[in-house]
Design a binder for this molecule. Sequence first.
Ligand code: FES
Ligand SMILES: [Fe+2]
Length: 351
Amino acid sequence: MSSVAHGTFNATDRFAIGWYWVVGSDELPRRGVQRVRVQGRELVVWRGEDGVAHVVDAYCPHMGAHLQDGQVEGDGLRCFFHAWKFGPDGACVDVPCQPKPVRARVKTWPTVERYGMVWVWTGETPTHDPVCVPDLDVADRGDVRLVPETFEKRCHPNVMMINAIDAQHFNSVHNLPARLHMARSDVSVNAVNFANDIPPREDTWFGRFLRRFYAGPITYTLRYWFGHTGCVTLGPDFLHFHIVFALRGNDAGGTEGRTLLVTRHRPGLFGQAFSGVLLALTKVVGDYFAQGDTKVFQTIRFDFQTPIGADQAILGFIQHYDAQPAAAWGTWAPLGTASSDERPAHEAATA
Ligand code: FES
Ligand SMILES: [Fe+2]
């Protein structure tokens, strides 16, 4: 049997356009400037004195100096080399050696902050809202904790994402004493839900125990955003835990990701203390999920040759991912291959 045919899924030369994580908000102080690689593209993220974060292409449009060496001045960024200054929209606003600025512009990318993270839109104009936890009210961004460490895996972000809906491995790897079936429902072109639709079994003591906590199916839901950020919701009916795994491709064709722990916002001192305890518990659950498969992701060579009925959700993910508008905007090498030169900004292609 031949492998499942792929479009954008697991590709290293294009990926779904969307919001991708850049850096933790607290890790970028006012006047801070940092180099960052997102999906193989060299970028600089900086925060103006007004507190607004910006993501721009890394190289100065004058002579190509790296803007990571630049300095923030007001709401603009001044290049280290010849001290040209670029405003928040990327336009050159000052050239010190002459009375007027020139018509030059550093490429800017749409940037937002949400859940204590800076996110960049990898296309020209955002066509979708930033990532959010579906259970929470739009006005409630929740109480959030960003796990400080960045994790790395030696597999493509898409391949890591499907792990969360790989029902077979919950039993084989994570020893879950219950069966799950992940049913797909599309939310938009960029977002898709997979939710367990099987209630706990009645013929085992564990199943009967679980039934005390679930009126219907065991709550285990995945909301995928742009195929690179997955929001897990789980827990008994009266208390849901949310874990957001935000992934992006690194230069070696692997994954680097951040974990966000989210619970609904609780006001007051007691509310905050309760949220703190819940988030600590959420971290324990998240670590359990993240660590069980580590050795698989160190060595896997993803080749989906023999899908079976139990892989239906994974096939659904691939199908949904492949239908998303895609971009090629950086050099993102397949695993084991050194990355080569950057594509110039004008070659960034959208389809
Ligand atoms: S290279 Fe940036 S101002 Fe000259
Ligand atoms: Fe797993």
